[in-house]
Design a protein around this ligand. Structure first.
Ligand SMILES: [Fe+2]
Ligand SMILES: [Fe+2]
Length: 167
C-alpha cells in the first residue's frame, strides 16, 4: 500500500505533538530563533518525506525518532553549571533525550527509535548509528541545523568551550 505523506505522518506523531511535555519545547531555544519544537518537527518531517517511498525503510520509526532526538531535559543555553567538556550539552543530550522519551513515550520506543535518538550526534559522539533510519536522522539533523555550522561560535558554545555572553 502506498504511504500517504500528510495523513499518515500526522497519525504517527499526533500523540507526541500534543503532549504537554513536548509542547514545552516551543519555549526551548535550539539555535538562532528556532525552538527545539520547530527544529525537531523539521528534522522528522524532512526525513519522513525522503523515506516514505522506500518500503525497506521504517519511516514510522524515523518520524518518531526525528521528533524525539532532541527531547532533552532543560533548555541548554540556560545551563550555567560548570562541568567537564564531556558532560556538556553536545555530548550528553542524546542520552537525556532517550531517557526522557522512555519516561513519556515508552510505548513508542523500539530498537530503531532508540538508536536514532542515541546516535544522532555522530560524529561528535563517536559511536556511529546502527540502522539506516539512524543515519538518515543524523543526516537530516545536520541539514536542518546547517546555519549552526556556518557560525563557528555556536559550535564552540555547543561544545561548552564558549559561554553565551561571549557570542
Ligand atoms: Fe541533538
Ligand atoms: Fe537536532
Amino acid at each position: 500500500m502506498k504511504k500517504e505523506y500528510n495523513k499518515d505522518y500526522e497519525k504517527i506523531v499526533y500523540e507526541i505533538i500534543i503532549h504537554e511535555e513536548f509542547q514545552k519545547r516551543k519555549t526551548y531555544e535550539h539555535h538562532g530563533d528556532i525552538s527545539v519544537y520547530k527544529h525537531s518537527l523539521k528534522v522528522s518531517k524532512l526525513a519522513y518525506k525522503i523515506t516514505i517511498k522506500f518500503k525497506f525503510i521504517d519511516s514510522e520509526s524515523i518520524a518518531i525518532g526525528g521528533l524525539l532526538h532532541d527531547f532533552y531535559y532543560e533548555p541548554w543555553k540556560e545551563n550555567k553549571k560548570k562541568t567537564s567538556i564531556l558532560k556538556k550539552h553536545g555530548f550528553i543530550h542524546a542520552q537525556e533525550a532517550l531517557d526522557n522519551s522512555n519516561t513519556y513515550f515508552p510505548h513508542l520506543i523500539n530498537k530503531k527509535v532508540e538508536n536514532i535518538i542515541l546516535r544522532h550526534m555522530f560524529p561528535l559522539n563517536i559511536v556511529p548509528p546502527k540502522y539506516i533510519e539512524s543515519w538518515i536522522i543524523s543526516f537530516c539533523d545536520k541539514i536542518v541545523s546547517i546555519e549552526v555550522f556556518l557560525k563557528p561560535k555556536e559550535i564552540l558554545m555547543l561544545l561548552g568551550i564558549k559561554k553565551k555572553k561571549e557570542w
